[in-house]
Design a protein around this ligand. Structure first.
Ligand SMILES: [Mg+2]
Length: 326
């Protein structure tokens, strides 16, 4: 049981999780609070080393992503014959959503604000295998390449600048409204010129504010950017966001909030979500491998974690890498 101690009340969490475990006659969990620096990753490695069959994460997207990474890497290693290939099976992942974004939990249809129900699903839910996206980033200067996974999406451009600028205390207090404020501080807005190649084909030149590379399609606010995208099809889907002016962009995020508000009250939200006129899906751009080269550099974010400006980003998918309880 990995949890983010700044956001999660441990005694409440223990009540929810140990109750769910007791119902299935499973012994109580071991609790690992995340440390600053690499939240979740070391804790996930410790859990695997201890022979855990199930790793439950209580936290936001920033805690889930490093755990996904460790589980996906363990899965990949277990498929090979290399001497490091581990004999321990890859644990399943249970998610107890905490915080404002919870993009992966939303895509999986998990309860966002009911800890007891989320704990029951984590312990006794069905196993579902999902893909994770993977990206190798080339940075300017001396910074060496880094490879990271994402559960939902990577954003290149204005979107990533917003995540980088959003004040996290503000974000916690008012949720996605903070991203609008982040957007304002990212001014002035410029177009990004990106060369995008899918499956090693002839690159296309795109001029846009943000390019989303999605493992699945739902953004916070339940806007479905890419209705065709599936989390288990081994493919990445691309969407271009290119409002004509900054106010359209602000309007875009306003719609995110409005739709989020409406979904709780109105049936037929899909119809509303489809009215997000500034979002254009690049229908033909879908594949197992995507290479993005900006003119200069472009900011990148993975499931809301900013990674700074990159000179190149090479994406692929690890198909069915992680088993999630849903
Ligand atoms: Mg997919």
């Amino acid at each position: 049981m990995i949890f983010y101690p700044q956001k999660v009340d441990k005694s409440r969490l223990m009540r929810a999780v140990d109750t769910a475990l007791a119902k299935k006659q499973i012994k109580p969990a071991t609790y690992y609070p995340t440390q600053a620096g690499s939240p979740g990753a070391q804790e996930a490695r410790d859990a695997i080393a201890a022979g855990a069959e199930l790793v439950i994460v209580a936290g936001g997207d920033g805690t889930i992503r490093p755990v996904l990474q460790v589980l996906a890497n363990h899965h990949v290693l277990s498929q090979t014959d290399s001497p490091q290939s581990s004999q321990t099976p890859t644990p399943a992942l249970g998610i107890i959503p905490v915080g404002t974004g919870n993009v992966l939990a939303r895509n999986l249809g998990l309860p966002l604000s009911n800890m007891a129900r989320a704990a029951t699903i984590a312990v006794a839910g069905t196993n579902r295998r999902i893909d994770v996206g993977q990206v190798t980033m080339t940075f300017a200067g001396e910074r060496p390449n880094e490879t990271h996974v994402f559960g939902v999406m990577a954003g290149l451009g204005l979107d990533a600048k917003i995540f980088a600028n959003t004040n996290s205390r503000l974000k916690r207090r008012i949720g996605w409204v903070a991203y609008i404020d982040g957007g304002l501080r990212s001014l002035p807005v410029t177009f990004e010129r990106l060369s995008v190649s899918v499956n090693d084909q002839e690159p296309r030149q795109l001029k846009l504010h943000t390019l989303i590379v999605g493992n699945c399609g739902v953004l916070p606010g339940n806007i479905n950017l890419m209705p065709e995208a599936r989390i288990d099809d081994g493919l990445l889907d691309l969407a271009a966001v290119g409002p004509r002016r900054i106010w359209n962009w602000i309007d875009f995020w306003n719609r995110v909030i409005v739709v989020n508000w409406l979904i709780k009250r109105v049936v037929g939200w899909r119809k509303l979500a489809s009215q997000t006129a500034n979002v254009k899906t690049l229908e033909n751009l879908r594949g197992a491998k995507v290479t993005v080269k900006p003119e200069g550099t472009v900011n990148i974010q993975l499931d809301g974690d900013p990674f700074g400006p990159v000179e190149q980003a090479q994406f692929d998918v690890i198909p069915l890498a992680v088993t999630v309880r849903v």
